[in-house]
Design a protein around this ligand. Structure first.
Ligand code: GDP
Ligand code: IMO
Ligand code: MG
Length: 440
């Protein structure tokens, strides 16, 4: 598909662009990274792990990537798994095998930071034990071992990819697992399946060993100096960020733009464009507050039309109207320079589209995302917009967008003070409309 990425690349490129989610994940990051990849030499994942599910569709085939960056289908692009990512060797092995079946040579096109941490089988067990112990207060984790692995990282107990190259790797593994066993005993968790899981894990380690390991900070510094173009690919969304998300119902990494610096070793002054991606409405999977959630027939219709079921766990996603206080918050924290609006086609079924412009926060009208976003503190305040009621999925030209869709976009751009430069109208690569910078 021919399109011009609306970024000023006329000078020699010395900055890293970042693409990240502004809501609670699943905004469509995988699709857009794939669409943008022809313009970049390197695509780099900077945080999260196999809790992510990034979907790409082209030539009638759908691919879901969990750990592997979404640039992998393009011939001339290098893909990096950065130090901020946590890797489950078992899942990575499966991903590589699936891609090999599709004639993608992952070993040639992907390199891995030595400083990325490893998810052990016992991390997954600890995730399950912790969730079970929380009962009703559970996070709704994907149970991929993300939280416990990042806990070991910050607790300075973790195992890293670079450790695989050390002669005492097995010993280090045993020390950590022994700690985990004690913890699992405290939970009363049955870990009799561990021996079997370990066999599979070490087979995954063998596959991981066959990849090229790098120090991503050096690699990227040289790449930037050499004028190579880099796009950092976020996972999850800003409202799941460990610091700024709806804590404790968040993931365990920094999903925001700053995470690209710490998760790849890029200096803050080397960040260029920040692409903030959002759905034309809003979804969330797992527990936690969601001010504009629709627990009614309208939410059900949205879920059905948008096929809102988790790419990683298959769980139904909770659905609701677009939330501007939340988006303003995410745009501000990330320094978003351009917005990308996804799934506009899904809203075609509605005569009226609601936009939450403010919250009633404990009786006071505000457009600030507050500390307490639980329903007892926050009620959304909406304006109604006329729907477009037209099928958008065949659109190829921005000029053919219905007036009501243009009105919706213009309203959001004005409220969010950021241009919406890309509009997506279907899951396929081709269903992507590139607009000019409307506001600068
Ligand atoms: P990610 O985690 O941000 O990469 O997003 P996911 O892949 O988990 O979820 C996005 C879902 O929406 C996937 O099933 C995509 O194929 C699909 N999708 C992406 N863009 C569009 C769009 O514009 N319209 C529709 N109908 N589906 C889309
Ligand atoms: P992508 O990259 C949507 C959610 C989980 C849970 C919380 C914590 O596809 O957008 P974790 O397994 O990280 O401990 O779960 O975060 N979550 C996601 N929701 N998309 C994701 O990734 C997610 N990754 C984690 O549902 O509520
Ligand atoms: Mg996803």
């Amino acid at each position: 598909m021919a399109f011009v990425l609306p970024v000023n690349h006329s000078k020699k490129m010395t900055k890293v662009d970042v693409l990240l989610g502004l809501q609670w994940g699943d905004e469509g990051k995988g699709k857009i990274v794939d669409v943008f990849t022809p313009k970049y030499d390197i695509i780099a994942r900077f945080q999260g792990g196999p809790n992510a599910g990034h979907t790409l569709e082209f030539d009638g085939i759908k691919h879901v990537l969990h750990t592997i960056p979404s640039g992998i289908f393009h011939e001339d692009t290098m893909n990096i798994i950065g130090n901020g990512v946590v890797i489950d060797p078992v899942i990575l092995k499966k991903e590589i095998e699936k891609l090999t079946d599709r004639k993608v040579d992952v070993k040639k096109k992907m390199i891995v930071s030595r400083k990325a941490h490893l998810i052990l089988p016992t991390h997954k067990m600890l995730d399950a034990a912790s969730e079970a112990a929380k009962g009703k207060a559970k996070i709704g984790s994907t149970l991929k071992g993300i939280g416990p692995t990042y806990m070991d990282k910050t607790g300075r107990n973790g195992l890293r990819v670079g450790d695989i190259e050390l002669s005492d790797f097995q010993e280090r593994y045993d020390v950590l697992v022994s700690k985990h066993r004690t913890m699992l005993d405290q939970y009363g968790f049955d870990y009799s399946a561990l021996a079997e899981a370990e066999k599979e894990w070490f087979t995954g380690i063998d596959t991981l060993k066959s990849l090229t390991f790098i120090d991503s900070e050096h690699y990227l510094a040289d790449a930037i100096k050499g004028g190579q173009t880099v796009l950092a690919e976020g996972a999850q969304g800003s409202l799941l960020d460990i610091d700024f998300g709806s804590y404790p119902f968040v993931t365990s990494s920094n999903t925001i733009c700053a995470g690209a610096c710490t998760g790849l070793g890029i200096a803050p002054n080397k960040i260029g464009e920040v692409f903030g991606i959002f759905k034309a409405y809003c979804t969330r999977v797992g527990s936690g507050p969601f001010p504009t959630e629709l627990e009614d027939e309208t939410g059900e219709r949205m879920r059905k039309e948008g096929n809102e079921f988790g790419s990683t766990t298959g769980r139904p996603r909770r659905c609701g109207w677009i939330d501007l206080p939340a988006l303003k918050y995410s745009i501000s924290i990330n320094g978003v320079t351009q917005l990308i609006m996804m799934k506009a086609d899904v809203l075609s079924i509605f005569d009226t589209i609601k936009v939450c412009t403010h919250y009633n926060y404990k009786g006071v009208k505000t457009d600030k995302f507050p500390y307490n976003v639980e329903p007892e503190n926050v009620q959304p305040i909406y304006v109604d917009m006329k729907g477009w009621n037209k099928d958008l999925t065949g659109l190829t030209n921005v000029e053919d967008m219905p007036k009501e869709l243009n009105d919706y976009i213009a309203f959001l751009e004005k409220e969010l003070e950021t241009p919406i430069t890309v509009v997506s109208v279907g899951p396929d690569r081709k269903q992507t409309l590139i607009r000019d910078k409307a506001l600068v």
